[in-house]
Design a protein around this ligand. Sequence first.
Ligand SMILES: Nc1ncnc2c1ncn2[C@@H]1O[C@H](COP(=O)(O)OP(=O)(O)OP(=O)(O)O)[C@@H](O)[C@H]1O
Ligand SMILES: [Mg+2]
Length: 305
Amino acid sequence: MSSLFDKRLVFVTGKGGVGKSTVCAALAMRLASQGKQVLVCMCNAKERMSVMLGSGPIGSNITPARPNLFAVNIDPDSALDEFARSVLKSRTIARTIDSKYVRGFLRAVPGMPEWTMLGKAWWHTTEKLNDLNYKYDTVIFDAPATGHGLDMLRVPQVIADVAPPGLLRRFADDALSLLRDPVRTAVVLVTLPEEMPTQETIELSQALTNELRLPIGRVIVNCVLPPLFSKEERVVLEASTHIAATDATHSAVVSARARAIRERVQGESLLRLGRELTVQPSYLPLLFDEAAEPKAIEALSQRLM
Ligand SMILES: Nc1ncnc2c1ncn2[C@@H]1O[C@H](COP(=O)(O)OP(=O)(O)OP(=O)(O)O)[C@@H](O)[C@H]1O
Ligand SMILES: [Mg+2]
């Protein structure tokens, strides 16, 4: 399994609500605790990262969140401005983008808002300090849920294919070569041990590998339960649909049955992921206490190798 600890860019994606932001926060804490300078980039998110990191609100300007850990919630409009002003460093382009007409036009280009957000994250991987060391050792990108995440990853290739030679194309080429480099980049797929997320993860993994040729660094199955029941016990419990509601054991049997079903589905999902993915998944446990607090994120971060 490849390490996530020496990457310049970690792109975290997966189905909605599977724990992408939780994984980003946990990974960021782990790296920061090892002395790395880390920047977490969110994509115009309803911001809950500050709760997870125990910091003040995180807006569209880079904010220190914890020692060695910075965060930003990228807003596509300001990213577009920044893209023109500080990335392209071209006054002509900046002036052009300042014109409302061109700005509207750029916004209407499919994928442009996505590209400005990913492009900004990529730009931060290139930033250097006066001593020529990188400003951030690792940029963690909390990408949008699967469909949008894939669209976003397709954009640099489209720009590289269609843009005329020039700065825009050069930046897209550079971003693409970073994204495709397994030494510097890891795409992390987060999923749950359930049927639909498993199916989606397998399809996402195929699209990333075959179509986009991007390196999957890690698949993380989040919210894994420790099994309580053996296979035989599960069979008995799943068959126990005949307990009368008046029976004293009714509610205990109902919840044991629900747990047994969940464990079976989890087992099947883990087996399928292990069989059909090229990267062996690693697991994060389901936490029973509040999972969005720094203490919980720290506990999860210890489980990330
Ligand atoms: N291992 C875990 N155990 C228990 N709860 C968890 C765990 N991981 C995440 N959660 C909870 O699940 C919910 C969704 O997590 P999170 O916000 O990280 O998902 P997401 O994939 O970023 O969602 P979105 O697609 O909306 O951005 C949150 O309430 C979070 O606290
Ligand atoms: Mg999220």
